[in-house]
Design a protein around this ligand. Structure first.
Ligand code: NAD
Ligand code: IPM
Ligand code: MN
Length: 367
């Protein structure tokens, strides 16, 4: 029987609360299978700053390096916002982890379950029957990492700040291939989102997507400017299959997509590097949302994004497709059974409001 080593980095805010439920789910799966998980719990983010003085201790990186995959909660919060930007949890831990492991492909599966359409804030007829959009976000380029990046006080006392948007063609190509390959397994349509009417970056992005499309004659390609994409996502979510875009646009559009699906608390993500050759990827798996300081510590956060992130880990890093589907089906079942954490509860007949633990327990019971 095989033992998989997972680096577990719960982080801050609701991170530890939702992580506990994901671990409960993984343990239950393992108890019914011939494999087991060995967890290496490590500090990251604000929790690491408080304990050892830095957001990403060397020990945490080492634990990730010697694991099969990283299960990540989320990091950051008001307590650490006054630190120098590079020492804060987000820029001091999460972005360096993504860069260190070359995790350029961020997959965010926006799934609106038919049973959950009442939780979507948009018009019922637009989401009826549910829908399914996959956001493919480039994760290690663009404004997040481009140099120069600076803040300077000018001689006249004014302050100048610089963030630089940088992409290499090769970086656009590799994320493009991820999107087209994903579309081949789905409804065979890619929407590339850019701002080619203004940004030089986006002109190259669009050119490159057009070139790549020639390798995938079974997939159709459409282009949208990012402002229009934000609108179309609300107006016609069903017109999307795979959406591919650069780092910052993907950050923003994926929160919008999550909310149209019902809640940010439902949106999982997989951050993947190059394939390892056996069809599997080293990856970091985390909810798309943050530490939710407004509800942290209250036991009411939705654990589903974390649990579905664990399912993505099984699929992409361990090749446990059947077990990933088992988790996804269990989540679907509790939603169909009417269980709702506060973020997705609307009072609709046949539904019941539950906390983090009760939702986790129900998913475990449905496995
Ligand atoms: P957020 O993304 O944490 O939450 C936005 C809103 O969604 C809040 O009202 C929150 O309560 C709700 N929400 C999010 N996840 C939820 C869940 N699982 N269940 C129920 N409701 C949920 O908000 P923010 O203000 O953008 O970020 C807070 C902190 O988290 C910041 O420090 C930010 O940098 C950080 N952050 C970290 C990550 C990460 O580590 N991956 C991602 C996003 C934000
Ligand atoms: C996300 C988060 C991060 C991002 C922050 C916390 C750096 O918002 O994963 O979506 O912007 O990538
Ligand atoms: Mn985000």
């Amino acid at each position: 029987s095989r033992t998989y080593k997972l680096a577990v980095l719960p982080g801050d805010g609701i991170g530890p609360e939702v992580m506990a439920e994901a671990i409960q789910v993984l343990d239950t799966l393992a108890s019914k299978s011939d494999f087991s998980f060995q967890y290496d719990h490590q500090l990251v983010g604000g929790a690491a700053i408080d304990a050892v003085g830095k957001a990403l201790p060397a020990e945490t990186v080492a634990a990730c390096e010697s694991s099969d995959a990283i299960l990540f909660g989320s990091v950051g919060g008001p307590k650490w916002e006054k630190l120098p930007p590079n020492e804060q949890p987000e820029r001091g831990a999460l972005l360096p982890l993504r860069k260190h492991f070359g995790l350029f492909a961020n997959l965010r599966p926006g799934l609106c379950y038919p049973a959950l359409t009442a939780s979507s804030p948009i018009r019922p007829d637009l989401v009826e029957g549910g829908f399914d959009v996959l956001c493919v976000r480039e994760l290690t380029g663009g404004l997040y990492f481009g140099q120069p990046k600076s803040r300077t006080t000018l001689p006249d006392g004014d302050i100048e700040v610089i963030d630089t948007m940088v992409y290499k063609k090769s970086e656009i190509e590799r994320i493009g291939h991820v999107a087209f390959k994903a579309a081949q397994l789905r409804r065979k349509h890619v929407t590339s989102v850019d701002k080619a009417n203004v940004l030089t970056n986006s002109v190259l992005w669009r050119e490159t997507m057009l070139e790549i499309a020639k390798d995938y004659p079974d997939v159709t390609l459409a282009h949208l400017y990012v402002d229009n994409a934000a609108m179309q996502l609300i107006k016609a979510p069903r017109s999307f299959d795979v959406m591919v875009t650069e780092n910052l646009f993907g950050d923003i559009l994926s929160d919008e997509m999550a909310m149209i699906c019902g809640s940010l608390g439902m949106l999982a993500s997989a951050s993947l590097g190059k394939p390892k050759g056996d069809g599997l990827y080293f990856g970091l798996f985390e909810p798309s949302g943050g530490t939710a300081p407004d509800i942290a510590g209250m036991g009411i956060a939705n654990p589903i994004a974390q649990i579905l992130s664990a399912a993505l880990l099984l699929r992409f890093s361990l090749g446990l497709e059947k077990e990933a589907v088992t988790i996804e089906n269990a989540v679907r079942k509790v939603i169909e059974d009417g269980l709702r954490t506060g973020d997705i509860y609307t009072g609709v007949e046949g539904t019941r409001k539950v906390g983090t633990r009760e939702m986790g327990n129900a998913i475990v019971a449905a496995l």
